[in-house]
Design a protein around this ligand. Structure first.
Ligand code: SME
Length: 160
């Protein structure tokens, strides 16, 4: 595995298309979940430069903070709370163009303006969520939804 990530300029889609095979190469030879989630968040941060990129893992009736890149964040989120807890409860990706308009949004950083949360489902149940915050309003769209979902689906959450 090459340790250096190749950073691509261009459209959002071109960036994701460059990143996807690199993420596969980074994680396919490694069975440790924490190591893989850590590298995925680092690679996303390096390529896109978002404010906060990280995973929360389902632990009982809460989400617990996992590997991330960015400012310190809240460690536990109840099911249904905030954007992360809502994505867990609804079992669907949530795009928030303006975080100030999302009822119950949990502001881990006052710099966050927009957010996307992608749940990872295994056997019909959410096992984790990928949460990304941007300092720009309306920074996430259907392209992010599609490719981030592909990234999350590629993770082997069962191996721990
Ligand atoms: N904003 C999230 C909380 C997590 S932080 O953004 C890292 C939410 O409302 O669930």
């Amino acid at each position: 595995m090459a340790e250096d990530l190749s950073i691509r300029s261009g459209t959002k889609e071109e960036k994701y298309l460059s990143l996807l095979p690199q993420l596969k190469a980074l994680t396919s030879g490694e069975t440790d979940l924490t190591a893989n989630l850590a590298n995925i968040t680092a690679a996303l941060k390096e390529q896109f430069g978002w404010l906060w990129t990280g995973f929360y893992l389902v632990r009982g009736d809460e989400l617990v903070l996992g590997p991330f890149q960015g400012p310190v964040a809240c460690t536990r989120i109840a099911r249904g709370r905030g954007v992360c807890g809502a994505a867990w409860a609804r079992k669907e990706t949530i795009l928030v163009p303006d975080v100030s308009k999302f009822p119950g949004h949990i502001a881990c950083s006052s710099r966050s303006r927009s957010e996307i949360v992608v749940p990872a489902l295994r056997d019909g149940e959410v096992v984790a969520v990928l949460d990304i915050d941007s300092e720009l309003p309306g920074d996430f769209d259907e392209t992010d939804r599609r490719y981030l979902r592909a990234i999350v689906e590629g993770v082997e959450f069962g191996r721990e």
